[in-house]
Write a protein that binds this ligand. Sequence first.
Ligand code: NAP
Length: 292
Amino acid sequence: MTRWLVTGAAGQLGTHAVGLLRASGADVVATTRHELDVADAEAVHAALAEHAPDVVLNAAAYTAVDAAEEDEDTADAINRRGAANLARALTERGTGRLLHVSTDYVFAGDATEPYDVDAPVAPTGAYGRTKLAGERAVLSTLPDRAHVVRTAWVYGGPGPNFVDTMLRLESERDTVDVVDDQVGSPTYVADLAAALLELGRRADVAPGVLHYANAGQASWFELAREVFRLAGADPERVRPTDSAAFPRPARRPAWSVLSTRAWEAAGLPAPRSWPAALQAALESRTRPAPAG
Ligand SMILES: NC(=O)c1ccc[n+]([C@@H]2O[C@H](COP(=O)([O-])OP(=O)(O)OC[C@H]3O[C@@H](n4cnc5c(N)ncnc54)[C@H](OP(=O)(O)O)[C@@H]3O)[C@@H](O)[C@H]2O)c1
């Protein structure tokens, strides 16, 4: 049976990936940050020697986009060095694949059509720079056994995410102003986790970069309106504004929709649309937990 090791197991992706793996009866070693710090090369080496995974899913990351501007060294230690440590340990073992997750923030965000896997990269902030450095470290260290999967606008929790924030604001405020000049690919973390599990099961997919995101595109404003609508609230309570109204330390890509052409060309299942995924996400929040 394939043995999985998941890093960053308490994050959004880690939680969902481990949950799906366990539900499918897979052999999975889940490591939270406290159990395995990916920035610690010796600890990574020891964990891989102990558990001998066939597939490592690196769901560990420094994802605080604004904080990274002031603390690029820490972001780099996790996003670049942590990824490199995993790739190097797998190289030394001589076996095992790495599924490494990256981001649309490696792109400048000035596109007019969806970014394909070979589009030029040009991160505009520290988070994107460290994620791009992580991609490069993984691909150069473990070229034959590594997949870099870029995704975007991930929601579903646990932990802070845009959809949960909108649901909270819906209950707290009459109106909410949301930027309409940033467009991207909203992605439900449960879909992303299932997609990565499928990639891990498929040994025939060529190594390299892939993109996975729910299909279609939206601005944050459009996404927020759909959250309100699906929650039974009046979408008109969400009002459009622009990024100038919300100055942030890190500049965000203005238009960073990801193309999943390469993903589908590899024979992997096409993602569902973002509104369908969002509906499923909101339904899963209200569904009663299974008995027992
Ligand atoms: N969230 C998004 O919108 C988004 C968009 C595009 C791409 N991505 C990428 O998707 C992947 C998963 O993101 P996510 O949303 O699941 O992030 P997340 O919820 O922030 O989870 C990241 C996890 O990594 C852990 N971690 C941090 N430093 C670590 C270390 N040194 N060693 C081990 N674990 C460490 C974190 O622990 P602590 O919480 O204790 O720090 C957290 O549990 C990441 O590669 C991210 O860059 C995310």
